[in-house]
Write a new protein. Sequence first.
Length: 241
Amino acid sequence: MPYVSDPIARLLGPWSADLGAAAVLFRLGLSFLFSAAIGCERSNKRHSAGLRTFIVVSLGSTAAMLLDLFLAGLLQSGFVLISAATVVGVGIISTYSILYSSKSQIKGLTTAVALWAGSVVGLAVGAGLYTAAVFCFAAVFVSLHFMPLLEKYLKDHSNHFEIHLELRDKLDLGAFTATLRQLGLKIDDIESNPAYINSGLAVFSISLTITGKELKKYKSHAEIIEALSSLDYVSYIEELV
């Protein structure tokens, strides 16, 4: 029983472990608060799935677990079919928030897995595993809100990065690659982007490795890209993240 094994349930009392009205409302309310916090974080960063989506997904997961617990007690079975179907359904739905841009960038992947994680938190709350739900929610929120700063620092100081490049003429690609080598950048891969065929621009995705000692010591990706953007034949350049 959750009351015996869960520290927060023991603190709250026996009522929190049963399926009475107070426990059901408490679990739904807790699920609402957790999902609202994660949804606000995503909405604040203007991601595809925001406040309402996270709340609905989490409340649905909590309700599914409550139904499973009720049916398990009623039918004397240990199956949790509704909860399992909910996790699978959320996984399928969340994939639709993953988008592929014309610049070969994958967007929405973090939001997709955050939706799935939010549904798992909702299931934990619905099961009365309050301690697990609190720690899982805290881990998800910290990962979404604070880890991007560390991730950005690590990516910007990595020896490997990829750029989106728009040249005024495809004949300028030779001069551009020669400049990269002079700077101490190794070209790992060059891929032409067919989405820009009729735009009048030559557009490429280029994977690079920093080999020059000076660049490894002192230059960030942003500084390298800023220097490359000053070339006359470069129309636009940015790092793919």
